[in-house]
Design a binder for this molecule. Sequence first.
Ligand code: Y43
Ligand code: MG
Length: 203
Amino acid sequence: MMKILIATKNEGKVKEFQSMFEDLGHEILSLTDIEGSPDVEETGTTFEENAILKAETISQQMNIPVIADDSGLEIDALEGKPGVYSARYAGLQKSDEDNMSKVLAELQNVPDTQRSARFVCALAFAMPNKKTIVVNGECEGKILREKRGSKGFGYDPIFYVPHLNRSMAELAKEEKNKISHRAVALKKLKNLINEEDLLWEKP
Ligand SMILES: O=c1nc[nH]c2c1ncn2[C@H]1C[C@H](O)[C@@H](COP(=O)(O)OP(=O)(O)OP(=O)(O)O)O1
Ligand SMILES: [Mg+2]
């Protein structure tokens, strides 16, 4: 078993990573376990840039392998917004409720046929003295007219998953962790890590 540090302070992400790494039997730590850990400023303009920034900063500081996740919601009717600014869309207090209210208000007059959106996730895996690996995942859906469900985190209650006919917040965690942008990206990362024998024993 290995300890893997996820460079995030988002409890929702931590839970999902813990659950998705269960099969490999690794212990998942996050910045919420480390007192006084720094908040890495997300100065990038793409998910990839921010994921690399978070992973490399923490990996260099702690001298251990680190995975960072930068993710968000792209809404076509808003030309891709909130995008990389998803967490702070309604302000620096980073409130999921305020962010969802802002999106719902902005889409009030947008018809059902034009409410397409996707969750996007970039994962960066930074190791001391090795080249950082970056992978991406997406999950397509539509923005609902009101919140539905109470599972998950972030924008999940207003994100409708057409092929499951439920909102992301109505899915059991096992269901979300099969189809989410984060799950798609993590699967690619696990494959790369195994292929290149980078870190941990093969499952
Ligand atoms: O599966 C998801 N379900 C719903 N919403 C989601 C999801 N994945 C990302 N999101 C939203 C939450 C937040 O508004 C933004 C991530 O922002 P992002 O900067 O990557 O994360 P964060 O600031 O919460 O934590 P941290 O930077 O410490 O990892 O996208
Ligand atoms: Mg952030």
